[in-house]
Design a protein around this ligand. Structure first.
Ligand code: COA
Length: 198
């Protein structure tokens, strides 16, 4: 598993691997509640899509279990304006308040910048995300495909002006998740569960 180096002394953060998926989903259920998280409007921009390449992160506890997760997704912030959607971010309750959430956020922002992305959008608690530079003013003319609280719809420019004049509906643009064929399901003995992407 590749481990990203981080300037600060922070818990190790890795790129997520397929082996992390089941534990990541359980962590998200614990943090948000399954029904509630799958009902979020942000989920409409993630479902059936793969996260952006190199921008799905996990952190593991001493026993190797996933204790924190953060992924970013390709969207367009109005017509012709590529951006990333950040989330969900979750840290296991036992591992909170020791900088892991901030380490994930800083890693994600650094990596997204390094990979050439221009802007990040998210829906979340402004008092938490403001420390990373997220601002409600950058999303004023943007809309999401469902109900949302505008005071929680935030943006961050990774390159100056990337969200200047951004207007319209945010839409998903990520690659679709490949679903197994009927033949592959039969080969799995009919017990294979189709996993959601987020
Ligand atoms: C939000 C969350 C990811 C923070 O993770 P963490 O590893 O505890 O974060 P850090 O250690 O980097 O930062 C802790 C600081 O953030 C503050 N903080 C945590 N959640 C906050 C929130 N929702 N709003 C404002 N501040 C928050 C803490 O009070 C603490 O403040 P301090 O530095 O002044 O003591 C974690 O609490 C979590 O998983 N919560 C449940 C899921 C969730 O709400 N995800 C984010 C959706 S908006």
């Amino acid at each position: 598993m590749s481990t990203l180096s981080l300037a600060t002394a922070a818990p190790a953060i890795s790129l997520e691997t397929p082996a992390d998926i089941v534990q990541r989903e359980a962590l998200l259920d614990l943090a948000f509640g399954r029904a509630a998280r799958l009902a979020k409007t942000s989920e409409r921009l993630r479902e059936g899509r793969k996260p952006a390449n190199g921008l799905a992160f996990a952190s593991h506890g001493p026993d190797g279990r996933v204790v924190a997760t953060l992924r970013l997704w390709h969207v367009t912030a109005g017509p012709g304006r590529p951006a990333l959607l950040l989330g969900p971010l979750a840290v296991h309750p036992w591992f909170r308040d020791r900088g892991l959430g901030a380490a994930l956020m800083n890693t994600a922002i650094c990596e997204a910048t390094r990979l050439g992305h221009g802007a990040i959008l998210l829906v979340g608690d402004a008092p938490y995300y403001a420390r990373f530079g997220f601002d409600v003013g950058l999303t004023e003319a943007l809309w999401l495909p469902g109900a949302f609280d505008r005071s929680r719809f935030l943006g961050l420019e990774l390159s100056p002006g990337a969200l200047k004049g951004a207007r319209g509906l945010v839409s998903p643009t990520g690659a679709p998740v490949e679903l197994p064929s009927l033949g592959e399901l039969v080969a799995q003995g009919g017990t294979g569960e189709l996993r959601r992407s987020a």
